[in-house]
Design a protein around this ligand. Structure first.
Ligand code: MN
Length: 440
């Protein structure tokens, strides 16, 4: 018999104007979704995803059912994004944990797509279960970056997998034995970007009530910067099965489940889009062994018709095209900046206004310049966002606005004479012109 108790909190943060994060708490299903996309896209994506997840999981409340529910949620968001041009390009992350019963045993099934995270707090130690599907994390895996470098890397927000941005999605799935006293934390990147694992662990070890713990975590992330929406769901195992031998203990699986094994032999089933395909499944060893054997057989059967010169050439071509497209998209996004007003402050962002594909714009400079420091005529443009090609240009633009305002204050008549208007149009300064008109 397993009993769970949960609490959650969410906050818009100090920089964003809307909250596109969503927390879900039901009796046996808990989730965090972090939506993205311009206009209302992000909010719609996270809402559609969690609703579809809950409905589909309700139909099939098992580990496999949870994984399939994520696949269904992906289809729902993807379809909606194709139907509505306003919502095109929207997507969301999704991480969820569910209490399921498999073969008469209580099991916690945990899934993830994107860079929201699930942690397990066990015996005073915090362990990240999920793997971020971000460019930075992939660079860590290939050894190009250390995890410390990845935590502050400008590309840490770029996702390599998200829900609703493609017709297919690979879902990471873990099965964990519930242990009394364990806590699970599901959170959006707005939390993990502001707080260290030590700080998170400290809150989880000192605050007993899950609602209070989630609230304090979100509050702490807000105080540490709050540059993104922040969401946390804390799930406590208050009563758990002990000494269940047929389900592997968490300690035994942990080394394995922390790095889901990618299934890369499905080359001929690759979707025609730039998202890497991998499937990760963990199950009791006996079942896993059987699955591995089946996979080997499939791979061999496929191998016979796959390894031909033409197929190989085709695969290489597809890979080259995909790599080229990814590079172009990255270049397009990272080589653009804009200045925009947020909470009366002028902020320099990297990226495209309103976001581009799966890229969130990121804050590069909070200038400290407020709307009161710049001439009013520029405010409509600043509200919409003013594009610049580099950070230096953006900063220049802002400081030009500030000196404009200063000039105006010293010489008020120039307010009515912006550069594009000829001097004769300003009657107060154009005394000779007025005299001529009078004379004629
Ligand atoms: Mn976020």
């Amino acid at each position: 018999m397993t009993l769970l108790r949960s609490g959650s909190a969410t906050d818009t943060g100090l920089v964003r104007s809307v909250n596109q994060d969503l927390a879900v708490e039901t009796a046996n299903l808990f989730a965090v979704a972090d939506g993205m996309g311009g206009h209302a896209g992000g909010e719609v994506a996270s809402r559609l995803a969690v609703d579809a997840l809950a409905v589909a999981f309700g139909r099939q409340p098992t580990g496999a059912g949870l994984s399939e529910a994520v696949t269904e949620a992906n289809a729902v968001v993807w379809q909606r994004s194709n139907e509505d041009p306003e919502l095109r390009g929207m997507g969301t992350t999704l991480t969820a944990v569910a209490l399921v019963n498999e073969d008469g045993h209580d099991v916690l099934a945990l899934v993830n797509v994107g860079d929201s995270r699930s942690y397990r707090f066990h015996d005073g130690a915090l362990t990240q279960i999920t793997t971020d599907h971000s460019l930075a994390e992939e660079m860590v895996r290939t050894g190009e970056l250390s995890s410390a470098e990845a935590a502050v890397h400008p590309h840490r927000h770029i996702l390599t997998r998200a829900l609703g941005v493609s017709s297919e999605v690979a879902v990471d799935l873990w099965r964990i034995q519930p242990v009394r006293g364990d806590r699970f934390l599901l959170c959006s990147d707005g939390l993990t970007n502001e707080l260290t694992e030590e700080q998170i662990g400290e809150v989880l070890s000192s605050v007993g009530d899950p609602d209070d713990a989630a609230g304090l975590l979100v509050q702490a992330a807000r105080t540490h910067g709050g540059s993104d929406n922040i969401t946390a769901v804390v799930v406590d195992v208050v009563l758990g099965e002990d000494g269940d031998e047929s389900v592997p203990t968490v300690a035994a699986v942990s080394a394995d489940f922390a790095r889901p094994e990618p299934l890369i032999d499905d080359v001929d089933e690759l979707p025609a889009d730039p998202y890497p395909v991998s499937v990760a499944e963990e199950a009791p060893p006996s079942r896993r062994e059987r699955r591995r054997a089946k996979r080997r057989e499939r791979r061999m059967a496929r191998g016979r018709r796959l390894i031909t010169y033409r197929t190989l050439l085709f695969v290489l071509l597809v890979a080259a095209v995909v790599a080229g497209a990814l590079f172009a998209v990255r270049w397009y996004d990272t080589n653009s900046y804009y200045v925009r007003v947020n909470n009366n402050e002028l902020i320099v962002y990297q990226g495209r206004i309103g976001g581009f594909l799966w890229y969130h714009p990121t804050v590069v400079d909070r200038t400290g310049v407020t709307t009161a420091d710049v001439p009013g005529i520029y405010l409509p443009a600043l509200d919409a966002g003013v594009e610049e090609t580099s950070v230096a240009d953006a900063r220049n633009y802002v400081s030009n606005l500030v000196s404009d305002k200063l000039t105006q204050q010293q010489n008020p008549s120039s307010i009515v004479a912006p550069t594009t208007v000829p001097a004769t149009a300003a009657p107060t300064t154009a005394v000779p012109a007025t005299a001529t008109t009078k004379g004629a």
